[in-house]
Ligand binder design. Structure first.
Ligand SMILES: Cc1cc2nc3c(=O)[nH]c(=O)nc-3n(C[C@H](O)[C@H](O)[C@H](O)COP(=O)(O)O)c2cc1C
Length: 346
């Protein structure tokens, strides 16, 4: 099966340099981007004799949804730059794999069209708070009736990070008829990643009215400290996503594998803790679970699958990761996700 690196090479071959750099790049000199991947490899695993665990069940319950595995598709903007089917293909692939697709605010397909494409698969919506509350509330009120099950509020992007690799290309022209939607019926024809149209700072007190308008559980994404995890919880968050935006915001900040344990210690007894950033193999997923995460999200790996193969390409990424996770669980002696614990770590 194709590895992540091979998929990235295939994607690079079919995308323009500007589009490839937008998806691949990180902030500054990309230290955190690289560290996110490297840090998982520095979490050593203990291998058990195979006969002690012949089968492994990767399924989990997460916020009321039964998932085939604790591996979700992270919100990734502008997916029709990768493939004509964009977010519709990703939603279909997640549904086929029995997992969550989290749709970005900055998508190239309206939330209702994605819901129709994704069938009965569990969908979440990622929110950037708009400058005017009225527009945000109108988007939030559409979610429940369309079938979305949770809102993921991204708290680490008051403005885009200093992404030199991305910004040197300038605005990316969209294919004919494609644009960034506002989920209220309008399109932005040019994709200007460097231009933020959202409020400069999300206030913790905003979580209350966001949950009320959506009528859904709210998770906070972009939590990198125990203090922020506790603040999110005390303002009503139903979960946190440990994330540094895939190394696209503050270059030099710690990789997510390193900060995960302090956040687990602070809040995991009360709410689910998810993590993303640099997760590339099933063994990485096992490491995250062993450090106390309830689930992981992947970003670039499925973007490359989408670019190279549309829905089938994303499904292949998910199938491969779930198979790898099952193999890693067996090798580490864990028959179920709930059984993965610190004994898996050396
Ligand atoms: C091209 C690109 C676009 C992204 N767009 C969004 C977005 O719209 N909203 C958001 O919350 N996170 C966004 N992210 C961050 C991802 O949700 C996720 O945190 C990150 O990709 C995880 O790291 P990984 O790519 O190493 O798996 C984006 C990431 C990439 C690479």
């Amino acid at each position: 099966m194709a590895s992540d690196a091979a998929r990235e090479e295939t994607a690079r071959g079919v995308l323009t340099p500007a589009v490839y750099d937008y998806f691949a790049g990180g902030a500054g000199d990309e230290r955190t981007l690289r560290d996110n991947v490297a840090a998982w490899l520095r979490v050593p695993l203990r291998s058990r004799a195979g006969a002690s665990c012949p089968e492994a069940d990767t399924s989990v319950e997460l916020l009321g949804s039964h998932l085939a595995a604790p591996i979700l598709l992270a919100p990734v903007a502008a997916q029709r730059l990768l493939h004509p089917d964009g977010e519709l293909a990703s939603a279909r692939a997640a549904a086929a794999a029995g997992t969550v697709f989290c749709l970005s605010t900055r998508a190239t397909a309206d939330l209702a069209d994605v819901a129709a494409a994704g069938g009965s698969g569990p969908l979440w919506f990622q929110l950037y708070v708009r400058p005017e509350r009225d527009g945000t509330e109108r988007v939030l009120r559409r979610l429940g009736p369309a079938g979305y099950r949770a809102v993921v509020v991204t708290a680490d992007l008051p403005m885009p990070g200093e992404r030199d690799r991305e910004f040197r290309h300038g605005p990316i022209p969209m294919p004919e008829g494609v644009g960034i939607v506002d989920h209220l019926g309008s399109l932005e024809p040019w994709f200007k990643p460097s231009v933020g149209g959202w409020r400069a700072t999300l206030q913790w007190s905003d979580l209350g009215w966001i949950a009320e308008a959506a009528g859904l559980p709210v998770l906070v994404k972009g939590v990198m400290t125990a203090e922020d995890a506790s603040l999110a919880l005390s303002h009503g968050a139903a979960g946190v996503v440990v994330s540094n935006h895939g190394g696209r915001q503050l270059d030099g900040c710690l990789p997510t594998a390193v900060v995960l344990p302090e956040i687990v210690e602070a809040v995991a007894a009360s709410v689910p803790v998810l993590v993303d950033g640099g997760i590339r193999t099933g063994a990485d997923v096992l490491r995250a679970l062993a450090l106390g995460a309830d689930a992981v999200l992947i970003g670039r790996p499925y973007a490359w699958g989408l670019a190279g193969g549309g829905q089938a390409g994303v499904e292949e990424v998910l199938t491969e990761l779930v198979e790898e996770l099952a193999e890693a669980m067996k090798a580490a002696g864990s028959a179920s996700v709930g059984a993965v614990g610190s004994a898996v770590l050396a």
